[in-house]
Design a protein around this ligand. Sequence first.
Ligand SMILES: [Zn+2]
Length: 414
Amino acid sequence: MNSFNMGSIEAWVPRGLVINGAHVLSAPITQDGLCPLRISWEKNKITRIEVLNDYSKKPLNLVLPRLVEPHTHIDKIFTWEQYPNLSGTYEGALEANINEHQKRTSCLMRSRSEKALQLGLRNGLRAIRSHIDSFGIKGMESWQVIMDLKNEWKSLIDLQCVAMVPLDYWNTREGELLATKVANSDGLLGGIIVPPFNKKKSIRDLIEFFKLANRLNCGIDLHIDESTRDPGAGLSLLIQLLECMEVNVPITCSHSSSMGLLPKRKLRYLAEKLAHHQIHVIALPLTNFWLLGHDEKETPNKRPLAPIKQLQQAGVNVAVGGDNVQDPWFPLGSLDPIALMSLSMPLTQLSPWERLGLSPFTTSAAVLMDLEWDGSIQIGSPAEFIMLQASSWIEALSTSPSREILIKGEWFQK
Ligand SMILES: [Zn+2]
């Protein structure tokens, strides 16, 4: 490394992330899909990718691009301690969340959101999409706090924010004001569609919501079908509307959990419709597995989760996110993309050595967030890496490895 930000690393790199096959044509590939490569960079860009032929001479670390978190809630992060939800139910979480929101101050929120950004950065995140409770005057204040942080952190982390309010709030004067503010700050409009809902009212609310998003040219990210009941009811409603009105902004459906409970044919139909309307899906296995169907006396046999593989087969772009971190909705988590891969592996049966097993944590998540760089490795890509102290996927995902972070061609000093 010198003052021109030149450098190189010798490491195991997932073959599936190297775009140009010519660079790795002669490379050996391990059984978990890794190639031994030397990657060189100058200033902020990769300038050279070479196959390492003498790779067995010294142990190599596993290198990944800096990763992204497509769905979390940094405004309520670390609130479990003061607002625990010991029953572990959806209703319990909502109640604790409301109690916390009543006591929320800009100062408290800023402090924990900033802590979240620091943690995410150290763990290897380069972009975070966070939903922010944005209802009422307090919501407006929260939005301002988060916009200040977005600005302060922009050279290190791309913070994308989704204003989360009840859907009918968007159809009020205050909602319209908030939406304008959100659109002007490159944010997204959010909301919640969870059964039981009044179908007629939800249709009316969604139509107005879509019109507003179109008018402001502002993307949408909904919490939808985070439920054990009425499988796919929210998504079906959404599709029904999209079949008869045009929405010109990107739509993301977070959760889509109960869709996984649909019978095969209905599931395939809905997946094809989602693909047709270019809707992205974010599966959130950790919060789903903890919260949905949580019962004091029974271990549930229904575990609602977005049907990731069926969605991928239908052509839907699917990412996996971490969702809540140490708040009433989920008591664990640490904004660590490697821990997320590790904890999700048994729940989703996604394997990082398969292209479609790795993409929900890497390229698909970046595409969904419409980031300039999708995280693939090629000449000219940003020199932005996580170097894990591990030499295989199994070691990396079994041990929560320590790591070094390369940002814009320079090793980040923690
Ligand atoms: Zn969420």
